[in-house]
Design a protein around this ligand. Sequence first.
Ligand SMILES: NC(=O)c1ccc[n+]([C@@H]2O[C@H](COP(=O)([O-])OP(=O)(O)OC[C@H]3O[C@@H](n4cnc5c(N)ncnc54)[C@H](O)[C@@H]3O)[C@@H](O)[C@H]2O)c1
Length: 391
Amino acid sequence: MTQTNSRRLSLGVLGAGAAAQWYYMPAARAWSGSIVLKAICDLDLQRARHFASKYDIPNVYGSYEEMLRDADIDAVAVLTPHALHAEQVLIALEHGKHVLVEKPMASTLAEARRICDLADSKGLYVSCAPPNMLHPGQKRLMQLVAAGAIGKICLVRNTRSSMGPGSRPGAPTDFSWFYQKGAGGMSSMAGYGLIQMTAVVGPVKSLSAMSCTSMPERVMRDGPAKGKRVEADVPDNNVMVFDFGDDTLGTMDTGYVMMASESPSMELFGTEGVLSVWGGDQVLRLRLYKDDWNTNVAGWQNVDISGLDSAWAHHASTLLSLADAVLEGKPLVNDPRHMVHVIEIIEKTWVASESRRAVDLSTTFRVPSWEELPDASTGPFALEFHSVGRR
Ligand SMILES: NC(=O)c1ccc[n+]([C@@H]2O[C@H](COP(=O)([O-])OP(=O)(O)OC[C@H]3O[C@@H](n4cnc5c(N)ncnc54)[C@H](O)[C@@H]3O)[C@@H](O)[C@H]2O)c1
């Protein structure tokens, strides 16, 4: 893989919106031992200038091509609306830059494959959000499953829904694009649950699904677009049924119709016990149910998770894994081939829901063992979690 001679990863930020402001720019500053912000680009030049000044970023651009051509950077963080990702990642790779890309890496399976092939052929890394594989809770979850704590997994119940970013207070930008063509609850939310679930249970072999638009009009709650009404032209309510092979099934709901929920985000039902996973996008709390037939003792217990205050628990940890890969040659456990499988699941969900038939998947990925996931006792110090209100 292409490495940099520098001790630090020089980064250019593409898109100075919410994700950049809430997660990546504060993280890069906090982790300045391994990352340096060198350039920022946004179509809204005034926004880019404002954050350049706030974060001491020396080079400001209104044109992405110009940033790629002129700025002395090793990598680009692609933090723009979903429909732009694939093309922007491909251009960065063409310019010899490593990439961090927010979810989803691409909108279609064909684009996702092209990205992986180009990165491989050029010896460049593509670090994909969401960051679930880097999170200490995911490591603990995978460790328990590998140790046989719940035996063979028979059924997975997964829920990854919200009301969407436009429903939250404190929006720094106009979030209406999240509800429209090229984006939607599926491309925004599904990745968290799908990465988390498939890392534990393995690739999906086939799926069926139903999708609809339950709330065809959305009103932006806060921020510069407060009160703006938009037509939701992507399904906002999606339910999938998965066959993982080996007589293991699963379900998942995802989209923008869930104001709140008192359920765990994921439950794994095994032959020897049950694991429930709590914590929205991450694994912040784990509960294990065991039933001992010899003693007649059964019940739930909390499972300890260490490292929840480490940098690996932060949303921007994909930046750290990119720096580790580029600077130290460490393997990227948030592997883009895993994301290729997730993107195929999303693509096949549309096919299944339109045809009302089960659809087979063609992609797979190497499931890493829990021991390969980051050690939360190492790495730069933690950042405070950005609070975006209730989800
Ligand atoms: N908003 C959230 O809660 C949140 C949380 C986690 C991850 N994300 C992800 O982060 C990514 C960005 O989302 P966001 O919420 O920051 O969106 P946003 O709308 O707040 O920001 C996007 C920025 O990209 C800029 N932009 C658009 N097209 C551009 C172009 N061609 N060249 C340069 N700049 C361009 C916009 O001007 C805007 O500043 C998405 O993939 C999203 O899923 C968002």
